[in-house]
Design a protein around this ligand. Structure first.
Ligand code: PLP
Length: 361
């Protein structure tokens, strides 16, 4: 059996060359006579791997020098709690813009530490759009404004950074980092769990403007302090070395493939293929997100007849198209088409969808 096309939302498909290299290097790291996974994180071998990964990520995302890059554990969810602890004073207001499920988890994690203000929300409309910027109510003196750049479950994506004035913009980029060029300087903090578009689960990237690290924040343990992580180059305690290494391979692969400009082109073509099938299906398939806010990374869709869901999943799986079941919060289907999903995989899915409609429509 060969590898299928895997549309999982995360952990998600990785580039095959990355998996092959990781496999080839698993048993013995160069001339170390041990696996990288068995070596000290403070040894020369791993330090080199870690520094190369950071340098490559800085190049891939054009991260300016006045931003620190942290490699942390706890996933995006832990950062959602650490952000108010590090950047807001006790009881200070922070603005949250909700465009889907993950914005709500950010609020849930922040609530114990900060005066959460919902500056805008598209929840009343079922999270099918980005709340229009004119309708946001920003709080004067807020610690930051938090957005979710791409809502992985609802399939709603910001196009570019919204204007929020002097207040730092904090953005959860877990499911769209490196999918297109971004202007990092528009953000105070960018964070992303790696398991969607950057590599394996178990490591999270936090890109933070260095002046924000001077903020007092709130009483917190050293291990929850971004400043301490920055000072110790993310080696305050034992980092997830293997995950860091595979992230580095994935980033290197993205650079070799042509960088974020090239992925922006591929991702636009991939998303267009699926939305065309959906919109051209005469209602057999539907995606209800406002076209200008549709995600290029996660394409949720529903079949007109829910009774066909099981058959769709069984037949797609048999055709080598995996993990198309939608998130339980929404039902229906979802195709996650991150950088590592080749265009031929999306073409195969589009053809399967047309064929399925011909047979069952
Ligand atoms: C997956 C995801 C999360 C949660 O990530 P964890 O690593 O499970 O904490 C948060 N935000 C977004 C946008 C996601 O896609």
């Amino acid at each position: 059996m060969s590898r299928a096309f895997n549309f999982s939302a995360g952990p998600a498909t990785l580039p095959e060359p990355v998996l092959r290299q990781a496999q080839a290097e698993m048993l013995e790291w160069r001339d170390a006579r041990a696996s990288l996974v068995e070596l000290s994180h403070r040894g020369a071998e791993f330090i080199e791997v870690a520094q190369q990964a950071e340098a490559d990520l800085r190049r891939l995302l054009s991260i300016p020098a006045d931003y620190a890059v942290l490699f942390l554990q706890g996933g995006a969810t832990a950062q959602q709690a650490l952000i108010p602890l590090n950047f807001a004073e006790p009881g200070q207001a922070a603005d949250y813009v909700l465009s889907g499920h993950w914005g709500k988890t950010a609020v849930k994690q922040a609530r114990p530490y900060v005066d959460v203000r919902i500056a805008a929300s598209s929840e009343a409309g079922g999270f099918r759009d980005i709340p229009p910027r004119e309708a946001w109510t920003l709080t004067p003196g807020a610690a930051y404004v938090h957005i979710t750049a791409n809502e992985t479950i609802h399939g709603v994506e910001f196009r570019g950074a919204p204007e929020v004035g002097e207040v730092p913009l904090v953005a959860d980029f877990s499911s769209s980092i490196a999918s297109e060029p971004i202007d990092v300087s528009r953000y105070g903090v960018i964070y992303a769990g790696a398991q969607k578009n950057l590599g394996p689960v178990g490591i999270t990237v936090v890109i933070v403007r260095r002046d924000l690290l001077e903020r007092a924040g709130q009483p917190r343990a050293d291990i929850f302090d971004y400043r301490s992580h920055a000072r110790s180059e993310s080696m305050l305690n034992t980092p997830p070395t293997w995950n860091w290494y595979v992230l580095g391979l994935t980033v290197k692969w993205m650079l070799d493939e042509g960088g974020v400009e090239e992925f922006a082109r591929r991702n636009a073509r991939k998303a267009a293929m699926l939305y065309e099938v959906i919109d051209g299906s005469g209602g057999f398939y539907r995606n209800e997100v406002a076209p200008h806010a549709r995600s290029r990374m996660n394409v949720p869709f529903f079949l007109r007849e829910e009774a066909l869901d099981k058959l769709f999943l069984a037949e797609s799986k048999a055709a080598g198209l995996l993990a198309l079941k939608g998130h339980r919060a929404l039902g229906g289907m979802r195709a996650s088409i991150y950088n590592a999903m080749p265009e031929e995989g999306v073409r195969a899915l589009a053809e399967f969808m047309r064929d399925f409609q011909r047979r069952h429509g």
